[in-house]
Write a protein that binds this ligand. Structure first.
Ligand code: BGC
Length: 257
């Protein structure tokens, strides 16, 4: 039986853990061949490759630091070399550093912006150039955050990167539309992944956060992967330039006691 993403080749940054890993496995389950990149978690990447292969799909795993432009370009080139082409790019890799604004160092600022925005920008450019040659459209899906809208005190660099991603998504939706390329963002709220490990290990902080989430639970990576599956499929072909939130109601929660 043909599946939703049969014949599609998809590249996912940071596919070795957390949300990226759930998306990689879900899209392979839906029929896609998948290339992932990882920065240091080689064993996680190998597990994902094994799982995709078990599902009967082709997989590639490439070491790359998305924060380095040449690495990102190489990830796209090697994915194309190994899978034959790329139809869809999922910009998932991301990081955050906590600090009071007045203590943020240039090194930490650069680490966050280089991966979340600058690296993503040029990696997307490499993907778009490939799709221009292919002349048959394409899709870009960004994993943003509720914090492209919602302030996150002590994470100013992270918020700046996600706010920038919001406008990049809107801007590219116009510029890429004539090429038949759509671009959208998924904005997760609090999802149980390694990016959240400090929070998950602190019951008081975790409980305070849960009070802010109307659905009263953290999200799971699979909650995000199911939306990625829809956005990667042709079912979403008229959607571009927008952000879809997967946050249990966190973003718009306001109550008076
Ligand atoms: C951040 C998490 C945070 C969550 C909800 C995510 O974008 O990566 O650290 O807990 O938003 O605030």
């Amino acid at each position: 039986m043909p599946t939703l993403l049969e014949g599609k080749s998809i590249a996912i940054t940071g596919g070795d853990q957390g949300i990226g890993r759930a998306i990689a496995e879900r899209l392979a389950h839906d029929g896609a061949d998948v290339a992932i990149c990882y920065r240091s978690n080689q064993s996680g990447a190998q597990e994902v490759v094994a799982q995709i292969t078990r599902l009967g799909r082709r997989a590639a795993s490439i070491q790359c630091d998305v924060g380095k432009i040449r690495d990102g370009q190489r990830f796209i080139a090697e994915s194309i070399a190994q899978l034959g082409k790329l139809d869809i790019l999922i910009n998932n890799a991301g990081l955050e550093r906590r600090a009071d604004f007045w203590d943020v160092t240039e090194a930490d600022f650069d680490a966050v912006l280089d991966v979340n925005l600058k690296g993503l920008f040029f990696l997307t450019q490499a993907f778009v150039r490939h799709r221009m040659q292919a002349k048959s459209g394409g899709k870009v899906i960004n994993i943003s955050s509720v914090h492209e809208e919602l302030p996150f005190p002590h994470f100013a660099s992270y918020c700046a990167s996600k706010g920038g991603l919001k406008m990049l998504t809107r801007n590219l939706s116009i510029e890429l539309a004539p090429l038949g390329i759509t671009i959208n963002s998924i904005a997760p709220g609090a999802i149980e992944t390694p990016i959240n490990k400090n929070l998950l290990n602190d019951p008081a902080k975790l409980n305070a956060l849960l009070q802010n989430i109307p659905l009263k639970r953290l999200g799971s990576p699979s909650d995000v992967a199911s939306l990625a599956s829809f956005l990667a499929s042709s079912e979403s072909s008229y959607i571009t330039g927008t952000t879809l939130f997967v946050d249990g109601g966190l973003l718009w929660n306001y109550q008076e006691q």
